[in-house]
Write a protein that binds this ligand. Structure first.
Ligand code: GLC
Length: 552
């Protein structure tokens, strides 16, 4: 589970108290959002770091962190923290010295006396936050120089062409893992190397640097696992597992942002065409690496699908993206979704989507309009998407609050430093009142919590869900349905079948029978714990239903 410590239960001690809640759900791995010191005002949720190792007072102390790590390890839970490897805040000691005129530290960042080089860079650099932080350079008055700031203007990009930067950052990485961290999230690692004339993402030199971090860490903390936070094109993501000379020597884990975005595409279109098209064309990842599969996280949902595939399934790429933005961001009356557009760029027409899973799936609208049908459909969709990430192969990650169907949090609009960043819509405070309702199986949070909990429980009893053999895709003749099989050498196979449509969908059952999943026209579904009957050789999948079929 990914969570904000302060928003979950006040501070590190508060989180420690609530470990039993997480254990009850079945969670055994926590990604804590940044907890180190950061600027008082805007700080990108702590991703503008004032320190890599000092715990910010609001979360507690280093002793609290060490105790939490120890307690988690006793409970057989893993801990992941961020390593914001690409940039520091403008208040980081190096940045302060640079601003005061120290040339040594100015060379830790990309600093320029005039616009000549920045202008050359800008010709090919895309903008990450075009609305709130346009451009990639910021003028610093104290220093009287321009500094590269690819993310927000208060996040200074580190200059790895200066080898001292690597050495210093390696030292921080070592100190970080020394605090009991099991997995390190390499934040924004695709941006590590910059080169005029390129987009300065995924450059070969970035891979060399990551590999160098990996190799150094290997000698002193070989048990630590690295996660690539590379939200880039599918082909580029795979490179972070290591390819060619860095093969096996970069990150062991990467976010499966492709699957995540495709699932949202299937929610809006109620079709699985683009999902299959992309998954089928994705080269397989190395055997010794795995994915983090997720439905939502603290960031936006990008629509970076390959235009070619959109055309191949028969849609116009620009029109299709427009439709997705309209569907999720309240531009279509009939859409159940209440989300917002994030960082719309009028020149390119690109935009991303933000909002909580529950609100994007219709729960907020259903509750507001007292529409029980919408509410029940939203609940089924929440379970459907979680059922997929729990069975697809890899590490399933639940975003804190989604286990209760938490809707959008609009309170960020009252906070000056957050107002321009609508990602805060989906960074809610944990609703402990709703949590009390989890024993009430009839309440909405209770239903969602217990259905997800049950999926996790089943997953834990089946070795087939481990990421040993890649999922096998099947395409039955029905564009609303997504079917894949999980195979195992030591366990029974499982066939996952889901319906993204609001109506029942039928698929031919003969091939399912041929795979050995059927007995006397009956199928065993682990999700509902019941027998499913096939009529006239057809399998009926209910609206937004997910089936985990196990052979007899
Ligand atoms: C990562 C984080 C995101 C942050 C960015 C810059 O993408 O997930 O929240 O804004 O890095 O640090």
């Amino acid at each position: 589970m990914q969570l904000y410590v302060d928003r979950f239960n006040k501070d590190l001690k508060g989180l420690e108290e609530k470990l039993p809640y997480l254990q009850n759900l079945g969670v055994n791995f926590l990604h804590l959002m940044p907890i180190t010191t950061r600027p008082k005002g805007a700080n990108d949720g702590g991703y503008a770091v004032n320190s890599y190792i000092n715990v910010d007072k609001r979360f507690g102390s280093k002793t609290d962190l060490l105790r939490l790590a120890e307690n988690m390890h006793q409970k057989k839970m893993y801990l992941m923290l961020d390593f914001v490897v690409n940039h520091t805040s403008d208040e980081f000691p190096w940045a302060k010295k640079a601003a005061a005129g120290d040339e040594k530290y100015q060379s830790y960042y990309y600093t320029y006396v005039d616009r000549m080089i920045p202008d050359e860079f800008e010709k090919s650099l895309p903008e990450v936050f075009p609305q709130s932080s346009p451009g990639n350079f910021t003028f610093n008055k104290d220093m009287n120089k321009w500094v590269m700031t690819v993310f927000n203007d208060y996040q200074w990009d580190l200059n790895y062409s200066n080898p001292e930067v690597f050495m210093e950052m390696l030292r921080y990485l070592v100190l970080l893992v020394n605090m009991g961290v099991d997995m390190v999230r390499f934040d924004a690692l695709a941006f590590l190397w910059k080169k005029i004339g390129t987009v300065s993402q995924n450059l070969p030199e970035a891979h060399v640097l990551i590999s160098l971090f990996r190799l150094c860490l290997q000698t002193i903390a070989p048990g630590v696992v690295l996660l690539a936070e590379a939200i880039v094109a599918p082909m580029d993501v795979l490179k972070y597992f290591g390819q060619g000379v860095t093969s096996g020597n970069e990150c062991e884990v990467a976010y499966n942002a492709t699957l995540m975005a495709l699932l949202w595409n299937s929610v809006a279109t109620k079709k699985t065409l683009l999902l299959y098209k992309n998954l089928r064309n994705l080269p397989s990842k190395p055997e010794d690496g795995t994915w983090i599969n997720y439905v939502r996280c603290h960031d936006d949902i990008g629509l970076g699908f390959d235009d070619r595939y959109i055309y191949e399934v028969g849609w116009d790429a620009a029109g299709h993206r427009r439709f997705l933005l309209d569907y999720f961001a309240q531009k279509l009356d009939w859409s159940p979704s209440i989300g917002q557009i994030f960082m719309y760029n009028p020149t390119t027409g690109d935009g991303r989507i933000t909002g909580s899973a529950a609100s994007l799936l219709g729960l907020e609208k259903g509750l507001k309009t007292q529409n029980d049908k919408l509410v029940n459909e939203a609940i089924d969709k929440i379970v459907l998407l979680h059922g997929i990430i729990l069975s697809y192969g890899g590490i399933p990650m639940i975003y804190a609050g989604d286990e209760l169907g938490t809707i959008n949090d609009y309170s960020y609009l009252n906070e000056k430093d957050k107002r321009s960043d609508s990602r805060w819509l989906n960074r809610p405070h944990h609703n402990w009142q709703a949590t009390e309702a989890i024993n009430n199986k009839g309440s909405i949070p209770g239903i969602i919590f217990n259905r997800i909990k049950s999926l996790i429980e089943i997953r834990k009893t089946r070795a087939v869900f481990a990421d040993q053999i890649p999922p096998v895709l099947y395409e039955p003749n029905n564009s609303h349905v997504f079917v894949f099989e999980r195979k195992s050498n030591s366990d029974k196979n499982i066939l996952v079948a889901c319906n993204f449509d609001e109506k029942d969908q039928l698929i031919d059952g003969s091939w399912i029978e041929a795979l050995g999943y059927v007995q006397k026209s009956r199928l065993k579904d682990l999700v509902s714990g019941s027998q499913i009957k096939m009529n006239s050789g057809l399998l009926n999948i209910k609206p937004y239903q997910i089936l985990w079929l196990e052979s007899y």
